[in-house]
Ligand binder design. Structure first.
Ligand SMILES: [Zn+2]
Length: 702
């Protein structure tokens, strides 16, 4: 929804009450929340977002009695509201109800201004985040309720920021200690009564300060004066309880999941409506309900509503003519369990079979942060339900979660007078600078007319700013396209699309290709003799195995493919510095080079599989690289030929020496004693003892 209109058609959006089907996810709220604490394989951010969405709050549901107005659903004349700040109850100066609240409708019967405001609210934002930022507006109902403790008259307003779907559709207004209520009270000149003292700070009702909402001690609150937050909540809840006007309550932000969609193409909701029997589930033996495939949507609503052949069905219970449900399911229903079906795609008796127990839960889930809440929460709920039905034995569908960064690209569009927005793919738009080189001009290639630029945003189908990698594949090959995208950024970070890196990726692949073939033309290398290596050969082997260790860790554990690629590039740079002539001299040089190139080729094979497959065969192997096991790191090769040791005099650090690996004690001792900085602290004193911790430190005791 953009500016109150549907983004696709430009039609104005309004709120309407319609019958819907719901899945009772709220029954699982506590378990879904508690389990988040144990899901160590999930990013903290995703867990926090889910916890927030589930939104557990512990507080008090309180009642404000009234004499004039219709009774509530429980038959009493009490306005109910939930608060997490019962300690501020004595600071209530008004109550606000949602536009859909029965008291609002009652008061609007002879109040045209209020009735108009209620209509305006219905056209307002339907999304909570927009509700929070919109301008707070209200109209008094003329009705009053009584404060549950003091009995004072409290005016009732209709507020556009009160949600009927949250709690009881009413809130108590404590402008002194709630920013939203403060804003509302200032606008409509309602009293502001501070009742919490925060560490003796000076309260001023002229301007809001964030600390006004902090916990503190009750003041101006009669018998509750002096009580701290929890004591005040306990005392006030106990008193309300005695009066029959309140009790402690846990509320959840999570709502039941509305799965009804008023559209043709979706998974049918298997329900039949009978004039006599009411709502009847389609019997198992008649499942699945199959949609007609020949209806053409004409823009006037769900075409199923006009298809008699689909609609007319005998009632499964009494046999008289009945009507099929035409709503179809939210697509999130299907995405809540598709991954289970991968384990047993040919199972024709049930959704899943026993194979699901072998393959699932998924070891690693990779998905965008935009799915942190809905899809990933619905899947966790759905898996729990499947478990209760005995279909799976686990509760959590995904053991490890990785949220990859978004890819951003330019957005180009035109907006019609009707409000309809049409987006154009950046590949179809030519961007040039105007004559003064000050302004970018974007022109649609097909008609030569200008299009508007909407900045750089996340690639999406709705904005039509995705890039089809086929063009890259056609020009440079699939491996270049893969290397370029993997190298552009760490996978969890946002990436701004640019074609410039493509050439670099292509050049690197060509260099790798040339390095392998230059080596191969020198003939087959001999067997590597690790016991007879020169210092130079040992250095090459060390760098090659360090690279292998880094790639193994980067790809296998850290999932930082870009740094794995960078390591392979560095290795290739180092190998390029070795003069080719040296390889012709010694067969051992050839076998060291062979090993280093194999490591580069193998290490890059998950990223550029086609090129590395060909290079592996070129290196003399008979089996395909994809059938080779991952190469183990040679720990001996990692060992440096020289090591650095700490030198201490009387236990204090005085410097470092570098000695050959495996040097004997005498050599280490003389090197340490010869260190000028150590000599300065030894001075003329006699050396009493030299303690050597091999490979680590030398302590000279004087
Ligand atoms: Zn019936």
């Amino acid at each position: 929804m953009i500016d109150g209109r549907g983004w696709r058609t430009g039609a104005p959006v309004e709120k309407r009450e319609i019958p819907m089907y719901y899945l009772k996810i709220t029954a699982y709220a506590e378990d879904l929340l508690d389990a988040l604490g144990h899901m160590s394989g999930w990013p903290e951010r995703v867990r926090a977002m889910q916890a927030n969405w589930i939104g557990k709050s512990v507080g008090v549901r309180l009642g404000f009695p009234y004499d004039i107005g219709p009774p509530g659903a429980d038959g009493t004349r009490v306005l109910h509201a939930f608060t997490t700040r019962a300690d501020t109850l004595m600071g209530v100066t008004f109550c606000a109800v949602a536009a859909e609240h029965p008291l609002a409708a009652y008061a609007a019967r002879d109040n045209a201004k209020l009735a108009a405001f209620i209509e305006e609210c219905k056209r307002g934002p339907a999304i909570e985040s927009e509700l929070a930022t919109q301008e707070k507006k209200g109209v008094p109902t003329g009705l009053v309720v009584r404060h549950p403790i003091s009995g004072a008259a409290v005016p009732v307003w209709v507020g556009n920021y009160v949600l009927m779907s949250y709690g009881d559709g009413a809130v108590m207004g404590v402008p002194a200690h709630d920013e939203r209520d403060f804003e509302f009270a200032k606008k409509y000149h309602l009293p502001i009564k501070p009742v919490i003292d925060v560490a003796g700070r000076e309260y001023s009702s002229s301007e809001w300060a964030p600390w006004y909402a902090d916990h503190g001690r009750c003041v101006n609150s009669g018998v509750y004066d002096g009580l701290e937050f929890q004591a005040a909540v306990d005392a006030i809840a106990a008193d309300l309880n005695r009066l029959g006007l309140g009790e402690k309550q846990t509320t959840w932000r999570l709502r039941d999941w509305g799965i009804s969609r008023q559209r043709y193409w979706g998974c049918p909701i298997p329900v039949i409506h009978c004039g006599t029997c009411g709502t009847v589930p389609v019997p198992d033996e008649q499942l699945p309900v199959v949609l007609p495939v020949d209806l053409v949507p004409d823009g006037s609503g769900n075409p199923l509503l006009k298809d008699e052949a689909f609609l007319a069905v005998p009632c499964p219970r009494c046999g008289v003519k009945a009507r099929r449900e035409t709503d179809t399911m939210d697509t999130f229903v299907d995405s809540s369990w598709y991954f289970l079906r991968f384990a047993c795609p040919d199972s024709d008796k049930a959704m899943v079979d026993s194979r699901v127990q072998y393959w699932l839960p998924a070891d690693q889930y990779i998905g965008g942060i935009e799915h942190a809440i809905l899809h990933l929460l619905y899947s966790r709920f759905w898996t729990r339900v499947m478990r209760e039905l005995g279909l799976v034995a686990f509760k959590e569908p995904f053991t490890n979660m990785f949220t990859q960064g978004m890819v951003l690209n330019d957005v180009f569009f035109r907006k019609a007078d009707t409000g309809r927005v049409e987006y154009f793919n950046p590949a179809d738009v030519e961007v040039t600078l105007d004559a003064t080189a000050q302004r970018r001009i974007a022109v649609l290639r097909s008609d030569g007319e200008e299009v508007e630029s909407g900045g750089v945003v996340t690639m999406s189908k709705s904005k039509n700013n995705g890039v089809d990698p086929q063009a890259l594949v056609d020009q440079f090959g699939a491996d270049t396209a893969r290397l370029f995208t993997m190298f552009a950024a760490p996978p969890e970070q946002t990436l701004e699309w640019s074609d410039e890196g493509v050439q670099g990726a292509y050049r690197f692949i060509k260099r790798l290709w040339k390095a392998v073939h230059d080596h191969v033309t020198l003939g087959a290398p001999g067997l590597l003799d690790k016991s007879a290596l020169s210092d130079g050969q040992r250095n090459i082997r060390r760098q090659a195995h360090q690279t292998l260790a880094k790639i193994t860790d980067d790809i296998g554990r850290r999932r930082t493919f870009n740094t794995a690629i960078a390591a392979a590039m560095e290795l290739l740079n180092a190998l390029a510095k070795i003069p080719q002539s040296s390889r012709q001299i010694s067969p051992q040089d050839g076998s060291v080079m062979q090993e280093a190139l194999e490591i580069a080729v193998l290490g890059l094979s998950p990223i550029i599989p086609h090129v590395t497959h060909a290079l592996w065969l070129a290196l003399g192997h008979r089996t395909a690289l994809i059938d080779e096991p991952w190469m183990p790191v040679d720990a001996a090769a990692l060992q440096s030929s020289s090591i650095a040791m700490v030198v201490q005099v009387n236990g204090k650090l005085r410097g470092h020496i570098t000695v050959a690996a495996g040097a004997d004690e005498g050599t280490v001792r003389s090197a340490a004693l010869a260190l000028p900085h150590a000599q300065k602290f030894i001075g003329t004193s006699a050396v009493r003892k030299v303690i050597i911790v091999p490979g680590k430190l030398v302590n000279i005791v004087v």
